[in-house]
Write a protein that binds this ligand. Structure first.
Ligand code: BTN
Length: 327
């Protein structure tokens, strides 16, 4: 932890900061500060040290680090955040931690995933440069009442992206964040339910954001549908800052869910790229087309089909004409 808090201090300051000041601020020995500086250098940080002046951070590798994240959240929040170089799936990591009794608000982040999962059993491509973050919730609700969580999380991530990148993504029902017609982020919510009581034991909200350009990893089909914040806004966001903004939004969501519904609904409806559009509902190998009329109080998508019938859709895949190659 000392290494991370020292990095947070160095990132905070423009100029030199003395070892004495750091040791006082953190309540650790000078030797511990020296050890932390050496560890940071080993991690790839370039740190100038001048006798009488102290340390100055010249550069840090473009990585998500605990020091980089807690700089925006405070050191105590860092105690339940784990950052991995790679994982099969951060959702698996959180689910395992939940079984071991991890606290609400525990977070696992990976720089890459080898088995990233998306909705409906799809693979979620997770090369380095993205943000792959899973967040643990334990809402005291029946499984059915957790249905709006994915939509709440989509609002949370959209708000974080707007705060850090200055652009508000659209939301394609139910879990895709869209910029300039391309997917830049997705959310996968997974539940653990106790068989005997039927109550929710834990909920893992998995968030994947294409931050840095990842075009070289995309097949032509994926490149037609997906892009990254870097490519679409012209610069890669500070991923540590974006991670911190997402965690802050998720912490808020964890406190208020299922409350503040009107607020989340209003944001979701305003950001929806479905409403008023021709859509195709794909379920169990069947496709039905219609027009998306509304997002109801449960965040279900209300569709009027060609035969005049209406349905509030709460599962399956909904394609939007003109988006992702649906023409
Ligand atoms: C989707 O687009 O259908 C949802 C994608 C969710 C991806 C995130 S990345 C972090 C977490 N770990 C996973 O395996 N999936 C989610």
């Amino acid at each position: 932890m000392t290494k991370d808090t020292v990095l947070a201090i160095l990132l905070e300051r423009d100029g030199y900061v003395s070892g004495e000041k750091i040791s006082r601020e953190l309540g650790v020995s000078r030797a511990a500060v020296n050890g932390a500086i050496r560890a940071l250098e080993k991690d790839g940080c370039h740190i100038d040290s001048v006798t009488g002046l102290g340390y100055r951070l010249l550069s840090a590798p473009d990585r998500i680090t605990l020091g980089g994240v807690i700089r925006f959240l405070g050191a105590s929040r860092g105690e339940s955040i784990r950052i991995l170089k790679s994982a099969v799936s951060t959702n698996d990591e959180i689910r395992a931690a939940a079984k071991e009794g991890a606290a609400v608000g525990s977070v696992v982040i990976a720089e890459s995933q080898s088995g990233g999962r998306g909705r409906l059993g799809r693979h979620f491509l997770s090369p380095e440069g993205g943000i792959y973050l899973s967040y643990l919730l334990r809402p005291a609700t029946a499984p059915a009442d957790t249905a709006p969580l994915t939509a709440y999380a989509a609002v949370a991530v959209a708000r974080a992206i707007e705060e850090v990148c200055g652009v508000r993504p659209g939301i394609k029902w139910v879990n895709d964040l869209i910029l300039d017609g391309k997917k830049i982020a997705g959310i996968l919510t997974e539940l653990s339910v106790e068989a005997e009581s039927g109550l929710v034991q834990s909920v893992t909200v998995g968030i994947g954001v294409n931050a840095r350009s990842c075009r070289e990893y995309f097949s032509p089909e994926i490149a037609a549908m997906a892009s990254s914040l870097e490519e679409l806004t012209g610069c890669c966001p500070d991923r540590n800052r974006l991670v911190a903004a997402i965690i802050r939004e998720m912490d808020h969501l964890g406190e208020i869910f299922p409350g503040e519904r009107e607020d989340y609904l209003a944001f979701y409806r305003a950001a929806s790229v479905n409403l008023g559009k021709e859509v195709a509902v794909i379920r169990g190998g069947q496709t039905k087309t219609g027009v998306a009329l509304a997002v109801d109080e449960q965040f279900a998508l209300v569709i009027r089909y060609g035969d005049g019938s209406e349905e509030a859709v709460s599962g399956g895949e909904v394609s939007v004409r003109g988006l992702y190659g649906y023409v």
